[in-house]
Design a binder for this molecule. Structure first.
Ligand SMILES: *Cc1c(COP(=O)(O)O)cnc(C)c1O
Length: 379
């Protein structure tokens, strides 16, 4: 019996043709034709003044943190239930991550617990859209406005998802996407930074281009380019952008395919949820999600361990995440938790993810469903 993997990187079939074009045009460094195509496609589709491809979701978050002007002594509010990059980008600037509890329904930061964590050193809030389901952005933007804070959206999982009709990543001051091979659209390693304010475009270009005004030079705005500010290299190769371009052209098809698997899972498990055996993802009315993941919540850690073992015996790879950052070695060293951890640890202990990827066959999907249902029958 073949094993069902947890993830297969998206592949639509035209990637190599575009990569070949990039190679043969001898334009393979950053900001080449395919990078520009991807940037403009996202600007149009998501309604953002500027999108810049980056080398990863992590570096998009780093750019956002640097563009917020974060410094040593500043504090940034974020959930503890997230990937390490959400916090490392803050730590890079010398600022302190301040972790706030999540909501048990969406696993997103609890917007009602943010204000209690604000001090006179707070500079920004990072809203992580877990599983491509939006945080309560109206409430978060209102808190930020009231206290003069920046908002960074960690929309690594939120490409093609929306909140009240607005694309995730375009609501806060900065948005960060990931095109890692585990995400809905991929270029191997890669990401993008979304800018909402025109005045951030030039500083972002300089930061991304090793601190030079090279972008201004190419637009003919200066007659030579030079080192003007701190910067790094956050441009992906155009070969990687060519790979992503193939997938953006098929973005709707990829999205619909993932959603079909998601809904098949959700319908199959609904009776078990009604009986209280499992908890299933909650999608608030304001949110349109992108089927980034399908997760199930078991009773507790023991139940989850038994579930994962059972599925493994059925040839199904189910994985859990995250170890809450505030209880990780680096999280303890660099950050602190504000308020009480009511849900973060408890809910993360019971969550596990089922295989979900573009092109998953109906047979494989049904085998996952059968394994989950037979686990429930047995215990
Ligand atoms: C994947 C992910 C990242 C990091 O993106 P990379 O492209 O892998 O660097 C950051 N935050 C969250 C929530 C993610 O899921």
């Amino acid at each position: 019996m073949n094993k069902i993997p947890f993830n297969i990187p998206p592949y639509v079939g035209t990637e190599l043709e575009y990569v070949r074009q990039a190679v043969e045009s001898h334009k393979i460094c950053g900001d080449g034709p395919f990078t520009k195509k991807c940037d403009h496609w996202m600007e149009e589709r998501f309604g953002a003044p500027c999108v810049l491809l980056t080398t990863s979701g992590t570096t998009a978050l780093e750019m956002a943190a640097l563009l917020c002007g974060l410094e040593k002594g500043d504090e940034v509010i974020l959930p503890s239930f997230t990937f390490s990059s959400t916090a490392t980008s803050v730590v890079l600037t010398g600022a302190t991550p301040v972790f706030v509890d999540i909501r048990p329904d969406t696993m997103n930061i609890d917007e009602n617990k943010i204000e209690a964590a604000i001090t006179d050193r707070t500079k920004a809030i990072v809203a992580v859209h877990y599983a491509g389901v939006s945080c309560e952005m109206d409430a978060i933007m209102e808190i930020a406005r009231k206290h003069g804070l920046k908002v960074i959206e960690d929309a690594a999982q939120g490409v093609m998802a929306s909140y009240k009709g607005r694309a995730l990543g375009t609501i806060g001051d900065f948005g960060c996407y990931s095109f890692h091979e585990t995400k809905n659209y991929s270029m191997g390693e890669g990401g993008a930074l979304v800018l909402r304010h025109k005045e951030d475009i030039e500083p972002a270009e300089i930061l991304r281009e090793k601190g030079t005004d090279r972008a201004r030079f190419f637009r003919g705005q200066v007659d030579k380019y030079t080192w003007v500010e701190y910067g790094s290299s956050y441009l992906p190769s155009d070969m990687n952008a060519a790979y992503l371009w193939a997938q953006l052209l098929e973005a709707d098809r990829i999205n619909e395919n993932r959603l079909a698997t998601w809904h098949a899972y959700n319908e199959a498990f609904a009776p078990l949820a009604a009986q209280g055996r499992f908890e299933l993802p909650v999608i608030p009315e304001a949110c349109v999600h992108n089927a980034h993941m399908y997760y199930i919540k078991l009773r507790d850690l023991r139940d989850r361990t038994a579930f994962i073992d059972y599925l493994k015996r059925c040839g199904v790879n189910s994985v859990f995440h995250y170890v809450p950052l505030h209880s990780s070695p680096a999280g303890r060293r660099f950050g602190r938790f504000s308020g009480e951890d009511v849900y973060t640890t408890r809910e993360s202990d019971r969550l596990t993810r089922l295989p979900l990827y573009y092109g998953m066959t109906k047979e494989d999907r049904d085998r996952v469903i059968d394994a989950v249902l037979s686990f429930a029958r047995e215990g």
